[in-house]
Design a protein around this ligand. Structure first.
Ligand SMILES: C[S@@+](CC[C@H](N)C(=O)[O-])C[C@H]1O[C@@H](n2cnc3c(N)ncnc32)[C@H](O)[C@@H]1O
Length: 323
């Protein structure tokens, strides 16, 4: 079964039927974004029942994971539409995390996927959603983790890096009592990126393969695939959607496959795998605005016009800029 999956890239099927056939201890990383509670037309799982719905998948994945392997879960909170919690954040995500921990998954980290270009809208007495969770669960006590693959540039000058490199004083205690070895600070090829992962939403993500409306940006998958699976390792997405995990994992030299229950998404994902075009065009929300000069010119034009009707066509300067 796993061989077919890895061969096809994205396989048409129901994970609840396929996962039991996955050999035990065969998968390095499950990287997935399951259907969110009650969210999309392709799947409506009530948030009150979400944990019961997900746990059987969690158990099957746990059995099929290598000792060094991971389940990395991208999931989003939601606002309850009805019931006693109406208009509040529903706690189903937190309940799921605790339930998976009780199931035997070792909850190692909560990452925040920050969306610097999150789409605006009207959300009541709260701001727009500009992050989602990514929960990282390991099976064993020594999971594979390669921080070096996800390092980011140091936030300092090359002169300061060089100065530290030549610094022979080594560990120096600070007033706060920490004895950090400052000579090695900048010798690691880049800084630890931290657990807030900033990945812009992308245009492909919105078009989605096969008309998928909830595809994640490839940059998100890339971060976790690089850090949590070795090259040549097995990466599987049991809720594959438009195939983002498989596309990125294959590009990064992993053996990868996914399961998707909707045929149209499977066809789209396979085409995407065939084309392998990087999804790197960021969505830029542009809002037309007038600078001060243009606004005052508009007012002058409007005042000069007897009916005030020529302002629209008389705009002398009309610039666009990111939100
Ligand atoms: C949030 S989407 C995944 C999007 C994906 N990360 C991407 O980038 O395109 C969840 C997907 O899980 C699929 N799905 C839901 N239940 C499934 C099941 N039992 N087996 C396989 N796929 C399932 C849905 O059809 C949907 O496409």
């Amino acid at each position: 079964m796993l061989a077919a999956l890895l061969n096809e890239g994205v396989t048409w099927g129901d994970s609840s039927e396929w996962l039991p056939a996955t050999p035990s201890e065969s998968v390095d990383l499950w990287f997935t974004s399951p259907p969110y509670a009650d969210a999309r037309a392709y799947s409506r799982i009530h948030p009150d029942r979400y944990v019961d719905w997900f746990l059987p998948y969690g158990k099957l994945m746990l059995e099929a994971t290598k000792d060094t392997g991971w389940l990395v879960l991208n999931i989003k909170n939601r606002v309850a539409k009805s019931g006693p919690l109406q208009a509040q954040r529903h706690p189903y995500v937190y309940k799921l995390v605790l339930a998976l921990q009780e199931q035997g998954w070792r909850w190692l980290e909560t990452y925040i996927w920050f969306k610097p270009n999150a789409v605006p809208g009207k959300f009541g007495p709260r701001t727009k959603d500009s992050f989602e969770y990514v929960y990282a669960f390991a099976k064993g006590t020594k999971p594979y983790f390669d921080l070096d693959t996800i390092r980011v540039p140091y936030k300092t000058t090359s002169q300061e890096i060089e100065r530290r490199r030549l610094d022979k004083l080594g560990r120096r205690n600070t007033e706060a009592g920490f004895g950090r070895d400052r000579t090695t600070t900048y010798l690691r090829g880049g800084a630890d990126p931290g657990n807030v992962v900033s990945v812009p939403q992308t245009y492909n993500q919105h078009k989605g393969a096969g008309g998928h409306t909830a595809a994640m940006p490839e940059g998100l998958a890339e971060f976790f695939i690089k850090a949590c699976s070795p090259e040549g390792g097995v990466v599987v997405d049991p809720f594959a959607g438009s195939g983002t995990t498989a596309v990125v994992a294959r590009r990064l030299g992993r053996r990868a496959g996914g399961l998707e229950i909707h045929k149209a998404f499977v066809d789209g994902a396979r085409e995407r795998l065939r084309l392998d075009e990087p999804d790197n065009e960021h969505v830029v929300i542009q809002l037309a605005y007038l600078d001060r000069w243009a606004a005052s010119a508009l007012i002058r034009v409007a005042r000069a016009s007897p009916r005030g009707g020529s302002a629209r066509t008389a705009r002398p300067d009309y610039r666009t800029g990111p939100l």
